[in-house]
Design a protein around this ligand. Structure first.
Ligand SMILES: C[S@@+](CC[C@H](N)C(=O)[O-])C[C@H]1O[C@@H](n2cnc3c(N)ncnc32)[C@H](O)[C@@H]1O
Length: 218
């Protein structure tokens, strides 16, 4: 418990973390480019946990900015610590509920969205809480610049099938591709062989890793 409190204190003071205790929590919307002090494209990773994609992509692409979004303080502490240790100034972490995401990004402020191993929410009554439910997709569409990709990775077959069904119902998506086994797919290079903590765990249990990506039309 003490360690948790210490970590919360650290992230309260860290410049690369935006969370409720900070003044910029309510003013950052539309001002991420000021935060990063450049006009570089922005990728957000939703349900980032420790931010393996945020960190992995930021070190590969220093000319882009990366923001990991998660509600759990300890996970954000871990990701933000890695960013500091690696000297990555193109990384930020936003600690908030993803349902509130429109309070943090203006329309078209985001260039790309990764959704990495979100909670599968298998119960029927939780369908609305799945991060690929239409109410979330509607929000993502607003935040994304025209042509921006959404990329989604999961081990969970039920959530993947649900997401495919939702996307196949839509008439506003293009460049839609998917695989049920990223490691043996031609789409593999798009994922840069970055493995999140959950991916490592599920893949080592023999679960195949599913991936899809698409863009919204106008
Ligand atoms: C299964 S973990 C995956 C973490 C990481 N992406 C990985 O693959 O290792 C799901 C993450 O989503 C976060 N999360 C779930 N629902 C959320 C929500 N509504 N808003 C913000 N974070 C959420 C949890 O805190 C957790 O860190």
């Amino acid at each position: 418990m003490k360690r948790k409190q210490e970590r919360f204190k650290i992230i309260e003071e860290r410049e690369n973390v935006i969370e409720r205790s900070k003044p910029n929590y309510t003013t950052i919307k539309g001002r991420w480019r000021e935060h990063f002090k450049n006009d570089n494209p922005i990728t957000i990773e939703l349900a980032c946990g420790r931010g393996e994609y945020t960190i992995g992509l930021a070190s590969r692409f220093p000319e882009r900015n990366y923001i990991g979004v998660d509600i759990k303080g300890e996970r954000i502490w871990k990701g933000s610590t890695l960013a500091v240790e690696q000297g990555l100034d193109n990384v930020a972490f936003l600690r908030t509920q993803i349902l509130l995401i429109e309070s943090f990004f203006d329309e078209g402020e985001v260039d790309e969205i990764w959704i990495t191993f979100p909670d599968p929410r298998p119960r029927k009554r939780d369908i609305k809480r799945r991060l690929t439910n239409p109410r979330f997709l509607t929000m993502y569409k607003k935040l994304l610049k025209p042509g921006g990709y959404i990329r989604f990775k999961t081990d969970n077959t039920q959530l993947f099938d649900y997401t495919l069904e939702e996307l196949q119902l839509r008439t506003d998506i293009i460049n839609f591709e998917f695989t049920r086994d990223i490691y043996s797919s031609s789409l593999r290079p798009e994922c840069f062989d970055i493995k999140t903590k959950y991916e490592e765990a599920f893949a080592s249990e023999g679960e195949t890793i599913k991936y899809l990506r698409f863009r919204f039309t106008g």
